[in-house]
Design a binder for this molecule. Structure first.
Ligand code: MTE
Ligand code: MO
Length: 389
């Protein structure tokens, strides 16, 4: 499914110019070494920031409880180490002050179950295994916060479908309601309390959904859902319930939860379906955006390098195109380096603008625009103001 061109580029691309976030800004950029690299022999002058994205601070916890946030900074992302350190992983809701962190935590299994039972989290944790690298994006990710509600971590946890098959005496059906603690000491202007999502057993199985117990090699911290949270690879973050305390089997005609209704349009549903069964899977729509504009001097001439990411969808798009201004046409992306698994992919594109001024960078797949609805709508466009060319 991945074209030969991409596979070739993948090996060529590796290690060419992305640097570790741990390096000081002056050492972000290794000199280009590939003979065909347009930046070979050039010198790096600095980064140009994006315009019109609000004063929101990045990589820093702001606010409390339902209005608590952390927006991730991507400007130092590096394909060699694509995982976001936990201290910079985005936060969409901070832990409630009402959360009881002293009593033992357990998950209640019930609903249509003949014999409801409760499982201490320590028992669940014994079943935890490495789950690999997975991306999470808040369906409400927005330009005003630099699209910083998007992150990748390395997870450990307990796969949900096998767990249910093992614990429950009957074939699992019809639907599974996963709920988390979601009461707060203060109200919120932006969010409705109540976090739960209803899945079919099949959805939990094919997505590889798991109850996460640790991220990036450490037990979950409170803001990330400790002691246990749901992760559904390939689905938007709104289904990744934190502080999971109940898993109930529910009837096929169960109404959608308040969380489902709140996120209906952002998860690209048709209208606001009243019943859970009329919801589509909340798949992360294929998306791409620039994350860094580098300014270079090459043989006395200015040149820009746009570095970006591509994520979402069942498989990467290999026909992404970029446009720098609405008055220009789209051109194919120069380089796309694929990552494995459910992560983001990295791309770069050399850019020699003809005049200074305001640009609006947008990406789209050449074909299959229908399959990338949010991207094609201009959702991830970013603007930049160039003072010299
Ligand atoms: N209990 C609970 N779980 C929740 C939420 C919440 O408000 N309460 N927010 C959801 C949303 S909208 C997102 S995007 C993810 C964010 O997870 P993170 O804060 O660990 O990045 O958690 C989800 N799980
Ligand atoms: Mo979200």
């Amino acid at each position: 499914m991945i074209s030969r061109r991409l596979l070739l580029q993948r090996s060529l691309f590796a290690g060419s110019f992305f640097l570790s976030r741990h390096e000081s800004p002056s050492r972000w950029f290794l000199p280009p070494t590939l003979p065909d690299d347009p930046f070979l022999g050039g010198s790096f002058l600095g980064l140009v920031g994006f315009s019109d994205e609000g004063p929101t601070p990045l990589n820093q916890i702001i606010g409390e409880e339902l209005d608590g946030r952390l927006f991730t900074d991507f400007s130092l992302l590096n394909p060699e180490r694509p995982v976001i350190p936990t201290s910079s992983f985005y936060i969409r809701t901070r832990a409630s002050k009402l959360l009881d962190t002293h009593s033992p935590w357990s998950v209640q299994f019930g609903g249509l179950l003949q014999k409801p039972f409760s499982l201490p989290v320590q028992e669940l944790a014994k079943l935890a295994q490495p789950m690999g690298i997975h991306l999470m994006e808040c369906a409400g990710n927005s330009r005003s916060a630099h699209f910083g509600m998007l992150s990748v971590a390395d997870w450990e946890g307990v796969p949900v479908a096998p767990l249910l098959e093992r614990l429950l005496p009957v074939p699992v059906g019809p639907r599974v309601l996963v709920s988390g603690f979601d009461r707060y000491s203060t109200g919120s202007n932006s969010s409705t309390p109540g976090a739960s999502w209803i899945f079919t057993f099949e959805q939990l199985r094919y997505s590889g959904a798991f109850l996460a117990t640790s991220m990036n090699g450490h037990p979950l911290s409170l803001d990330y859902g400790a002691p246990i949270r749901l992760l559904v690879p390939g689905w938007y973050g709104c289904v990744c319930i934190k502080w999971v305390n109940e898993i109930n089997l529910v009837a096929d005609d169960t109404p959608a939860t308040s969380q489902m209704l709140e996120y209906a349009s952002r998860t690209l549903q048709e209208g606001i379906p009243p019943l859970a069964r009329d919801f589509r899977p909340a798949f992360v729509d294929p998306a791409a955006m620039p994350v860094r504009i580098e300014k270079w001097s090459i043989a006395g001439k200015l040149k820009y390098r746009v570095v970006g990411i591509h994520w979402g969808g069942a498989r990467p798009l290999d026909d992404l195109q970029i446009r720098f201004h609405p008055s220009e046409g789209y051109v194919p992306l120069e380089k796309l380096q694929l990552s494995s698994a459910d992560s983001w992919h990295f791309w770069s594109h050399a850019w020699t603008p003809q005049k200074s001024g305001r640009y609006l960078i947008s990406l789209r797949p050449q074909n299959s625009i229908l399959a990338a609805k949010r991207l094609a709508s201009g959702y991830y466009q970013r603007s930049v103001e160039l003072t010299e060319v």
